[in-house]
Design a protein around this ligand. Structure first.
Ligand SMILES: Nc1ncnc2c1ncn2[C@@H]1O[C@H](COP(=O)(O)OP(=O)(O)OP(=O)(O)O)[C@@H](O)[C@H]1O
Ligand SMILES: [Mg+2]
Length: 605
């Protein structure tokens, strides 16, 4: 029966943790489609602004297209026949100035509107990405590289925004202007317009060549930039080790090498720009003018007035410039698509899906049954591990380095999912508890204490709703209160990044205070007192003893005095439960691991 139940529970586990996020895009979708999808998703609340922007941009383009018409009227009706009707001329000139100015003003207003859309969209996207990262399982972070991840959340979303700005502003605006100018030309002289229309396929061909040339360089440059970020972040994190091992020069050289590669990739990209885009398109512009003027000189067009020639020359400039703008954006789009694809890949990382049951941790009774787990499933760390921790008891875990103690805690903390086996709390699957409730009821003092770059109060409260009195009570219990008061601003003193201003032992005490302040039902301590002197440890020990019966405490300790009084001590050996019992019982085991460890430690002291 146990076996059947176990299987059922495992399936629930997998469902609860590995269910794909339904919002994600199918991986088979092309990068471009993914980018577009991502953008539409981020801008979904801004449809009204986009439509209004497009509408007014069209009006602006129409106003702009009126200018050459007015010029033509001036030339054909008044200038050439030498019939200067002052009133009409002034009216024409005034209309020319007003339509031009009106178009510019409208365009400026709409571009600001669309910039707002882009900025808000990138804000939403960035929040979505960061929010996603915050909920990724720990297994993801074992492989993630900090700098690259940072780059994903900041740079890549920024360049997705560029896609917005480029697509929405320049491409849209330019296309509208081109359409407006083409319409005006068709009204004036459709045969000439057809000649100008040939420009468009020519531009498409140029852009196609450009993309083939620049795409690899663009994607390489992006990748190298995130590598640069990663290197800087890594060296800053490990600065003391880096300097102590005299590695400044080597790191400098490594950085210079990456930087050089980045430079080369950017240069390649720039060359594609310099060779293809601008010069090729400017050449098109000149050729087109020549063709139009030449066509004009032909007999079949002799009926065309000079005013039309003037208007056409004006319009050609207005078509070519936006077309150049459109093509120039393709480089940006290329970059943005690469970025969007990477952001999307990150968003596709499986989050553990929130359990939504109303299961509650009431007592803190933990059960593990035949749990198997390895970070890499091929190399198991815990084998067929079974354990029962009654509510309110104090359990100690000892074992050699690498025997799997922290791993066991990570499983109990739900940072990882076991490959098989049953894990329960108060008779309910561990995975069925909602995250919020689970984290509220379970406290952890990790092996490497992590402090925020904030003051002591914030570090204890960690954004939870904890009263000042409870914070101070927790600090007193962890024996860190007096120390905090000695700081120049007491609880308000900033502790530096990662608590740089504190000793390792002080950081541990603060981490203990943080865990106690949450008033958990279950408290995990991973080597929580390893850097604390024996006297202080005694005080902390007393504080923990007071929790006995109320809180289930599971403490890993190398220093065996910490867990001497535990209700039960578990000895781990190569991922298996080797011995279990209280101190007296384990000391009776002949040739036992615990006995040997204990005797060695007492000998040292
Ligand atoms: N994130 C990880 N990814 C892959 N393997 C890991 C990871 N963390 C630990 N391991 C491996 O799992 C095994 C157990 O590690 P664990 O951290 O549980 O040991 P431990 O008993 O806590 O040791 P210590 O006393 O040194 O803290 C080790 O062989 C270790 O190399
Ligand atoms: Mg450990």
């Amino acid at each position: 029966m146990a076996g059947m139940q176990r299987n059922g529970v495992i399936n629930n586990w997998k469902q609860a943790w590995m269910q794909p996020d339904t919002k994600q895009l199918p991986a088979a979708m092309s990068e471009k489609k993914q980018a577009v999808h991502l953008l539409l998703h981020a801008a979904r609340d801004e449809k009204r602004h986009v439509w209004l922007g497009v509408f007014f941009l069209m009006i602006a383009a129409a106003l702009e297209a009126v200018g050459p018409f007015l010029g033509k009227a001036f030339i054909d009706r008044y200038l050439l026949p030498h019939q200067m009707d002052m009133g009409m001329v002034i009216a024409l000139l005034a209309a020319y100035v007003l339509t031009g100015w009106g178009a510019t003003w409208l365009r400026y207003l709409q571009l600001t509107r669309l910039a707002g859309v882009a900025m808000r969209s990138v804000r939403r996207l960035r929040e979505q990405v960061y929010g996603h990262v915050l909920r990724l399982p720990m297994a993801f972070f074992d492989k993630a590289i900090t700098g690259q991840l940072v780059s994903r959340v900041t740079n890549d979303t920024e360049s997705v925004k560029n896609l917005y700005v480029q697509v929405l502003f320049v491409m849209l605006d330019s296309s509208i202007v081109v359409l407006g100018a083409l319409t005006a030309m068709a009204l004036l002289e459709w045969r000439l317009m057809l000649i100008v229309l040939m420009l468009i396929p020519a531009v498409i061909i140029i852009v196609w060549f450009y993309q083939r040339w620049s795409a690899p360089a663009v994607s390489k440059a992006r990748q190298l930039r995130s590598e640069i970020n990663a290197q800087v972040a890594e060296s800053i994190n490990g600065m003391s080790t880096l300097q102590a091992s005299n590695a400044e020069r080597r790191f400098g050289e490594r950085f210079a090498k990456t930087n050089q590669l980045h430079y080369a990739a950017r240069l390649d990209e720039l060359r594609a720009n310099a060779w293809l885009l601008r010069p090729a398109l400017d050449l098109m512009n000149s050729l087109l003018l020549v063709v139009v003027i030449f066509t004009f000189s032909q007999r079949s067009f002799s009926g065309v007035e000079i005013g039309v020639l003037y208007a056409f020359v004006s319009y050609i400039a207005r078509v070519v410039e936006p077309l150049i703008q459109i093509t120039l954006q393709f480089g940006q789009i290329q970059q943005a698509v690469v970025s969007a694809a990477r952001v999307n890949k990150l968003l596709n990382e499986h989050q553990h899906v929130q359990a939504s049951s109303d299961a509650r941790i009431t007592e803190g009774h933990l059960t593990l049954d035949k749990v198997n787990f390895g970070y890499d499933p091929a190399r198991p760390v815990l084998h067929d591990f079974s354990l029962d921790i009654p509510a309110g008891s104090f359990y100690g875990i000892v074992g050699h380095t690498g025997s799997g103690k922290s791993t066991l805690l990570s499983l109990l903390l739900r940072f990882y999912t076991p490959q098989s086996g049953r894990m329960e709390v108060d008779g309910q699957p561990l995975a069925s508890i909602t995250d919020a409730h689970f984290r509220e009821k379970v406290g952890l003092v990790p092996q490497e204490p992590f402090l925020l770059a904030a003051n002591a109060r914030e570090n204890i409260a960690m954004g939870r709703d904890i009263s000042e009195a409870d914070i101070i009570a927790a600090a007193k219990a962890a024996h860190v209160h007096d120390f905090i008061l000695q700081l120049e601003n007491g609880y308000d003193t900033p502790l530096g990044e990662g608590g740089a201003r504190l000793s390792t032992g002080q950081k541990q005490l603060l981490a203990i205070a943080r865990a106690l302040a949450g008033k958990p039902r279950i408290l995990f301590l991973d080597e929580a007192t390893s850097h604390i002197d024996s006297e202080t440890e005694q005080v902390v020990q007393t504080a923990l003893t007071e929790l006995r019966g109320k809180v289930s405490i599971i403490a890993i300790a190398h220093r065996l005095s910490t867990i001497r009084d535990a209700d039960s001590i578990i000895v781990l050996n190569h991922g298996k439960l080797a011995e279990q019992g209280n101190h007296q019982e384990l000391m009776q085991v002949n040739q036992g691991i615990y006995q040997r460890l204990y005797l060695l430690q007492t000998l040292e002291e």
